[in-house]
Design a protein around this ligand. Sequence first.
Ligand code: ADP
Ligand code: ZN
Length: 745
Amino acid sequence: MIVGVHPLAGFDKLLHYSVPESLRDQVAVGSLVRVPVMAALRLGIVGQIGAPTDFPASRLKPVVQVLHPFPVLPPDLLKLALWMAAYYAAPLDAVIEGMIPAAVRRGMGLKRECFLSVSRELPAAELAQLAVRAPQQARLYSFLRQQIAPQKKALVLGRLGMTAAVASGLVRRGVLLEEARTLERVAYADEWGHEEVLAARPITLNPEQEAAFAKLEAGMATGKFGVSLLHGVTGSGKTEVYLRAMDAALRAGGSVIYLVPEVALTPQTVSRLRARLQAIAPGQRCVVWHSHLGDGERLDGWLALATGRARVVVGARSAIFAPVRDLRLVIVDEEHEPAYKQEETPRYHARDVAVMRSKLAGARCVLGSATPSLESFVNVEAGKYELLQLPRRVDGQKMPHIVVVDMRIEAASQRGFSALSRPLVEAMRGRCERGEQTILFINRRGYASSMMCRKCGRVEECEHCSITMTYHRFDETLRCHLCGAQRAAPSRCAGCGDPDVRWRGMGTQRVEEAARRVLPRARIVRIDTDTMGKKNRFREILSEFRLGKIDVLVGTQMIGKGLDFPNVTLVGMIDADISMHMPDFRSNERTFQLLVQVAGRAGRGDTAGEVVVQTFTPQAGAIQYSRHADFAGFAAEELGVRRSYRYPPYRHLIHHLFRGPNPEKLKFFSEQWAKKVKEAMGDRVEVRGPVPSPIEKINDQYRWQLWYFTGSVTRAIGDLARLRAEFSWPRDVTQILDVDPVNLV
Ligand code: ADP
Ligand code: ZN
């Protein structure tokens, strides 16, 4: 038998090996094997069996070891890996390594432990003799004789204060039996699993939910691939529809992957899901998958899925690679979230990978959001995806009332600038009097975005990165939010020595300070990565907030995701312009999504919510459409703009970044390269650039960039790979290709 193996060894090539007789029935497509590569032993994944090669089998090297008794990559995952490598221009071995937890690659299986039991009863006389000759052995024997089941060796010896030698003496004489047994750690009791999971009361779907579910069920019943976009306003009960579909998939014997953005994977969501799952499908275990799992937990969860003992996984991005069998349903909640994009190699988008995996597995894929991405929405328009809609909130509540405050007028009528406008302050006062809660959002941490001299105009910048330093008032520092550099804030301008240095723009700290000034008696807490130093502080603050011990919560958008606080009736968006004026063609879409999602946080309880949006550009479409959560209106306008520039989603975008210590060299080589690409590609790909990146320098590395616009990514990537191999790059220039990039700044 000959097999083709993809080695995990730093190069992309299928290598051929023979399989010794003894390993034959263990090898299948997707098996993890150890094979000789050059002089070393490497891991590899079997890609083909009976692979055709000109080599006679006798001259091939043999597979040395098969690491697990089942294929580590099911066929659909192996195909997915090949697709990802081609589409995202990523090395195949890096893609495969990202799919298999490190512990599995190290060959770790289920934990095995030694158990002891009595295998031969000792007659009373013999026991009496033993008690004299070897009193410890006699004690161990007597202890084990009283037990009904075999006991863990380590535990028993520890408790009796004995060494392993005591046991082995008895084992040698056949009195005790020692056996290794497979132990399953309770993978499902992850760090949150200690909470009691109460089965929630069953919920009757409303007619819209019922209709959406019926379509999903019908889609799954065909046994064919298909994608449904579930567009439901915040609070419309999307989760309930997912859960019902999950139940149907499980009943049919299939498995389910349920993706949520990492930030939304809170204990609250997880326990709610578990409770609902218990009500719907009692006994089904749910593996939780996220980036903070320990090796052991990750291994156990992975093994439970790979062996079919668990058929549901809920997790962030990489849960899309769960080795489940018979995948029937893939759910991508909040599908518009940028967090689904991985910002390191392989730079994949989990939503797009989810669609592709569903296709390869013949599964149904549901993409859900209150603000779908335009990428997904055009697929509905093109007839590729089915559209399911939940246009109303479940509790019959009105959508929150959105007030837009024109900060130009505020600034003109107030003496000096204040972070909080008068309508917002008034609304906050009212909430405090009534014992209701407020959240203030500002998408920048720190006190001020920059420090500027009023006299000479000098702005403090990071020495390593070409961005301004952010002023943090609580410890009087200037900090770089890119590289983390920090220094003491100067009391005089470093350029001209003038003492009148001022800050511009604002961040969470300045908003917190302003809130304290207007509401001196309120309990105000700020929550951002600067206050998150202590572990668990985030959770503590949220639970205090939930218990009503905090009146006003000030934070970055990290507090806006997946949280549900019934007593919050006011949300203030302090600076809606921050996200709108990014040099990114998606900045309008982001702003719209942010406003609608944040508004959805207000008034989920019995009282209607109010949202106050502060902006210098109140007429902008992103703001106006968000007032009525008018997705269709926003999409129509924004897609018009995208179409006229032929931006995504009408074409694909590929970002090519060059990085190096020498700016002249970088410029020269990126220009040479661009010339070559333009000549070679002609009309197939539109090349823009090269230009310096918006942030020209990070960590002393200069950055230049190119954009490719194309209708076909796989073709463009193939062409680029060929051209790159022909071009000679200097050693100190690194390149990054980012396909369908999400973060353009
Ligand atoms: P979404 O994910 O669309 O924002 P959720 O699924 O979180 O909305 O639902 C909001 C709330 O409404 C949840 O507390 C949920 O339990 C409840 N809910 C959902 N569907 C129903 C229903 N048909 N009847 C009563 N309550 C429901
Ligand atoms: Zn820096």
